[in-house]
Write a protein that binds this ligand. Structure first.
Ligand SMILES: [Mg+2]
Length: 218
C-alpha cells in the first residue's frame, strides 16, 4: 500500500471520521462526453451517433470497435495528462448540490480517482470551483497501469474500510473487482440494470437523486 494511503487511513482513524469515497470522471465530471466529442472531432464518427447514443451503445468510447487505433490511443494519452482539458470539464448537472446533501448525512472523506498525480492541482481546483466538500484526493500511482485501475480501486476500498464505508463510482468493473468479503457499499452510478452481483452490497443508481435516496446511513 502506498504511504499516502496508509497515512490517510491513520488520519481518518485518529479523527474518528467515517464516510464515503467518490469517483470523479463520469461520476462528478462529464469526462466521457468530452472524451467522445474529442474523438469524434479528431477521428470522425463512422456510425453518425450522438454522444448520448455512443454512451447507450458502448458506455465508454473504447468499447467502440472503430475507436481503437494506435492514433486514438496516442490522442488519449495526450489528453489523459492534460491539465487544461481537466480544468474545464463540465460538471454532471446537480452532482455538486446532491453531494452537498449527502455530505451532511454521510461525510465525503476521499475522492478516489484513476487520474495521475500530475493532475492533482487541476483536480483540486475543479472540485473547489464546483463547491465539492474538501477531502483528500487518492490518485493512481504511476506503478498502477491503467487497465488495472478498477482492481486497484477495489484494493484501496477494502484497505480503507471501515474509515471509508463505501463509494460512488460509475464503472461496473469495480463491482466485479471487489472481493466477496467486502463489507462496504458500492453505489454504481448511472447504472440502469440490476446489480451485476448479489453477494456484496452493490446499489445501482440511475442518477444522483437515487444515490441520495438509497444512502445507507452511518
Ligand atoms: Mg469513473
Amino acid at each position: 500500500m502506498h504511504s499516502f494511503i496508509i497515512q490517510l487511513k491513520n488520519r481518518l482513524k485518529t479523527k474518528k471520521l467515517k464516510g464515503l469515497a467518490l469517483d470523479i470522471d463520469d461520476t462528478l465530471a462529464q469526462s466521457g462526453d468530452a472524451w467522445i466529442e474529442g474523438i469524434q472531432k479528431a477521428f470522425g464518427n463512422p456510425e453518425n451517433l450522438t454522444v448520448e447514443e455512443v454512451k447507450t451503445k458502448y458506455r465508454y468510447s473504447y468499447n467502440a470497435p472503430y475507436w481503437n487505433s494506435p492514433a486514438i490511443r496516442q490522442w488519449e494519452e495526450s489528453i489523459r495528462y492534460n491539465e487544461d482539458w481537466h480544468r474545464v470539464l463540465p460538471l454532471i448537472k446537480n452532482a455538486n448540490h446532491i453531494v452537498e446533501k449527502i455530505h451532511r448525512l454521510v461525510p465525503i472523506v476521499a475522492y478516489l480517482t484513476a487520474r495521475p498525480k500530475q493532475l492533482l492541482t487541476a483536480t483540486r481546483d475543479w472540485l473547489d470551483k464546483h463547491g465539492f466538500p474538501p477531502a483528500e484526493i487518492i490518485y493512481r500511482p504511476a506503478a498502477v497501469r491503467l487497465p488495472n485501475n478498477l482492481a486497484w480501486k477495489a484494493k484501496i476500498l477494502e484497505y480503507l474500510y471501515p474509515q471509508v464505508i463505501g463509494m460512488v463510482d460509475d464503472h461496473p468493473q469495480l463491482a466485479k473487482d471487489l472481493s466477496k468479503t467486502y463489507p462496504g457499499t458500492l453505489y454504481l452510478y448511472d447504472y440502469h440494470d440490476q446489480a451485476p452481483r448479489g453477494d456484496i452490497n452493490i446499489i445501482p443508481c440511475k442518477n444522483w437523486q437515487e444515490v441520495l435516496e438509497s444512502l445507507v446511513p452511518l
